[in-house]
Design a protein around this ligand. Structure first.
Ligand SMILES: Nc1ncnc2c1ncn2[C@@H]1O[C@H](COP(=O)(O)OP(=O)(O)OP(=O)(O)O)[C@@H](O)[C@H]1O
Length: 744
């Protein structure tokens, strides 16, 4: 059978199965089907599997599972236009209660529109309403598709459901699971949220990605074999067997296809066997065949007694058949909410008949879209949207009573209940009692989290062969460049200056390069880090320590790669101790730079801002290194930077390591050796120095920079303290700065 044929037969089976399942729309309790895949999981207990069994037992083997949203509204602060005139200079306006409710109100509305837009209760003037009085019911085994044009509030609804809405937003209404108020913790335990963009580590294979998630998220009571069995079964469930050992890829890395990557994102959430699977635009960016395939997979997942909610843009008409229920949104308002099979007749009853051979989704989306192209079109389409939403509010009960008595029960249970007086209290979700909808998810210990995250981070780095090769080539290039420029330094007077120049540039060149590299790497991880933290997959401290530890061997390796060509080509001291000390100091300087970059990456979650801030600080460190400008003459405003300039500290420590115990011949005396820019203003020619031989030994060279052996220990201690300080600061920023990627 060809692929299309296979898809068609799968589709037919699913549609047939969906029709068989239509009994589940009844308000009666949903009984877990005998073929429920969770039966297999009884030997492989999962959080929800355990809960399901416990819940079923408590209810005489019957599992009632429903998600009900009642009169849900979501408001955010109205963005204030920035004004150049200070507030106290502006004339005071008379305070009037602004009762506008819609997010994108028409620029000029008729009085009728204004009346329709008015909220039932006056809202603060400085708020806009993103979701307006949404109610719905969806049960286990059902697929709810949330449709709507761009900006209609689909993602906002999912974010509110998943308790990921902006903190400054205000929520009204109720979300109930099994008739009990949901809380953020309960939602984390029972739901899986697949966000719009795939946030996976690109260098891991599909199997590895799922294996590490299984190790992190599945209960500690499960054995390793049980976890691996769960991974294998999820891979099979999502049809990922053939790409199990293929890298995820992304960016410049070739990996699995877009559709497969989406399925991996779904698989990640499926590992914990959630009751409720929430997906934001799982088909976006896919061709229509792959999109249909994903919806088929979701329909299959729902058939295994899960509740599946997802948003979707323009589904194909055959895909439409796979939806059990539809919520059609426009401007945050309900255009239609109910069984998909009644949507066309609902709109027909409102005077909008779907033309023959038209895709019902396209037709209904057209009805629900506000056309902003011209003023007249906007006015007309806004009027249509508002009257359809009002019609649904007022007439849907009678409509469902006539066409589907079962649906009327759903309607009573959730939809519009607040308005019919069947619901007495409207309660904010976040104020709801903390109620154990499921047993709290057992989490593995922090030490184990750290161990697993360390393994994962190491593997992700090791398998990024392209990035490693790139870093190796650029490091070697820089090292050989410096090695060639400072090739075979002698022991005459000129070589003193060359040595100082080498130590300064060695402390600046590679450390500058690693800043951008470190920020770029963390920026590419930020989305998956943010997402996994939102999922409660691990704590921050284990993640951070694991990242630092996993990167350390590579940081050491590249410092050695940088050191060796420079050291031997420049003909620095040949004893092993000097080589080791020189290498250690150079590593500390480079590591300080990486740590500074991590501070900036954590403090500024926008790549450009982090790079700018890091470059600015690095430039100040260079200027205050004591090499380019005399520290006694530098502007006092930035001179304090010299105390924390790791370039100065590294430059001093490297100079002391190399110059200690050295003697120089008196050949090649140059006035430039005592150039005041090069040496301190009070040039000290050393104990034995003279105009004809100003730097007879290393001690004299060091004295020209006011350096002594005691300075070495101080510099090294200061470098270590800076590393610890920067790393601690970076942790603090990761903890307290919202790491949400800008475009996600
Ligand atoms: N925090 C916020 N502050 C201000 N406006 C917001 C906020 N969140 C959402 N909105 C606005 O609410 C409306 C709905 O946004 P949402 O992202 O939910 O739409 P959507 O239906 O998912 O759109 P798309 O299909 O394009 O992703 C948009 O007009 C958006 O600009």
């Amino acid at each position: 059978m060809d692929v299309k044929g296979h898809h068609q037969s799968l589709h037919d089976q699913l549609v047939a199965a969906r029709q068989e399942r239509s009994w589940q729309t009844s308000p009666a309790a949903v009984v877990a089907p005998a073929s429920d895949h969770r039966a297999d999981l009884r030997q492989v207990p999962t959080t929800s599997g355990q809960h399901l069994a416990a819940h079923a037992h408590a209810h005489g083997g019957v599992v009632a599972q429903s998600l009900v949203i009642r009169n849900l509204s979501f408001h955010v602060p109205r963005p204030q236009p920035k004004s150049l005139i200070p507030a106290f200079l502006k004339p005071k306006k008379a305070s009037t209660a602004d009762t506008s409710a819609a997010t994108n109100e028409p620029s000029q509305g008729s009085s009728d529109q204004q009346r329709l837009l008015e909220a039932p209760t006056a809202r603060p003037a400085d708020e806009i309403t993103i979701l307006n009085d949404i109610s719905l019911t969806v049960k286990a085994g059902q697929v709810l598709a949330i449709l709507g044009s761009s900006g209609s509030g689909k993602t906002s609804l999912l974010d509110v459901l998943a308790c990921r809405s902006p903190k400054d937003g205000r929520i009204e209404g109720q979300v109930l699971l099994n008739d009990r108020p949901m809380t953020a913790a309960a939602m984390r335990d029972v739901a899986g949220y697949v966000v719009q963009d795939d946030r996976l580590l690109p260098n891991l294979t599909v199997h590895e990605t799922l294996m590490y998630v299984a190790l992190l998220r599945l209960p500690p009571s499960m054995s390793h074999e049980q976890r691996m069995a769960r991974v294998t079964s999820v891979i099979a469930e999502l049809g990922l067997r053939s790409v199990s050992n293929t890298r995820i890829g992304g960016g410049h890395i070739r990996g699995v296809s877009g559709g497969e990557r989406r399925r991996v994102s779904i698989a990640v959430q499926l590992l914990t066997d959630p009751y409720l699977l929430i997906l934001d635009e799982p088909t976006t960016g896919l061709d229509s065949f792959s999109a249909a395939n994903i919806v088929s997979v979701l329909s299959q997942l729902a058939a295994a007694n899960r509740t599946v909610l997802f948003t979707i843009h323009q589904p194909r008409s055959d895909v439409f058949d796979l939806f059990d229920r539809i919520l059609l949104l426009s401007k945050g308002r309900t255009m239609y909410c109910g069984p998909s099979k009644h949507m066309v007749s609902w709109f027909k009853a409102q005077g909008h008949e779907c033309p023959k051979f038209s895709n019902p989704c396209d037709f209904s989306l057209d009805l629900a879209t506000v056309d902003y192209r011209t003023h007249d079109a906007e006015k007309e389409s806004m009027q249509r949207v508002l009257s359809l939403s009002k019609a649904f509010e007022e007439r849907s009960r009678d409509f469902f009573a006539a066409v589907d008595p079962n649906e009327l029960e759903n309607w009573k249970h959730g939809a519009r209940a607040g308005q019919s007086g069947e619901l007495n209290s409207v309660m904010a979700i976040n104020d709801g009692p903390v109620l154990a909808v499921s047993k709290p998810r057992q989490r593995i210990s922090r030490a184990r989290q750290m161990y697993i995250l360390y393994l994962r981070a190491s593997r992700n780095i090791l398998q990024g062969t392209g990035q490693l090769a790139g870093e190796l080539v650029s490091t070697l290039f820089m090292a050989f460049l410096l090695g060639c420029i400072f090739y075979k330094l002698g022991d005459d007077q000129i070589s003193v200056r060359d040595r100082f120049g080498l130590f300064y540039i060695a402390c600046s060149l590679f450390p500058f390069m690693v800043i951008l590299d470190t920020i770029a790497k963390f920026d590419s991880e930020r989305a998956s880090f943010y997402n996994e933290r939102q999922d409660g997959m691990y704590d921050l401290l284990p993640y951070y320590l694991a990242k630092v530890l996993a990167e350390l061997p590579f940081n050491v390796f590249f410092s050695v790669v940088y050191l060796i060509p420079i050291y031997f080509m420049a003909n620095l001291k040949s004893d092993a101790a000097s080589f080791f000390i020189f290498g250690s100091v150079l590593f500390l300087v480079v590591y300080c730079s990486r740590s500074l970059a991590m501070v900036m990456a954590a403090a500024f979650p926008v790549f450009q801002a982090a790079c700018f801030a890091a470059n600015l600080v690095f430039t100040l460190f260079i200027l205050s290194s004591g090499f380019l400008i005399n520290l006694d003459t530098i502007w006092a405003g930035v001179s304090w930077f010299a105390h924390v300039s790791y370039i100065r500290l590294g430059f001093e420590a490297l100079s002391i390591t190399e110059f200690s115990g050295m003697n120089f011949t008196c050949a090649n005396v140059s006035t430039s050796v005592v150039d005041p820019v090069f040496l301190s203003s009070e040039v000290n020619l050393g104990q034995n120095g003279s105009a004809s031989c100003p730097i007879p030994n290393g001690k004299a060279a060091l004295e020209s920079f006011a350096l002594t052996d005691a300075t070495f220990a101080q510099s090294v201690y200061a470098l270590v303290i800076l590393v610890v300080g920067f790393r601690t600061l970076a942790y603090g920023f990761l903890r307290f700065v919202h790491q949400k990627p800008r475009d996600k």
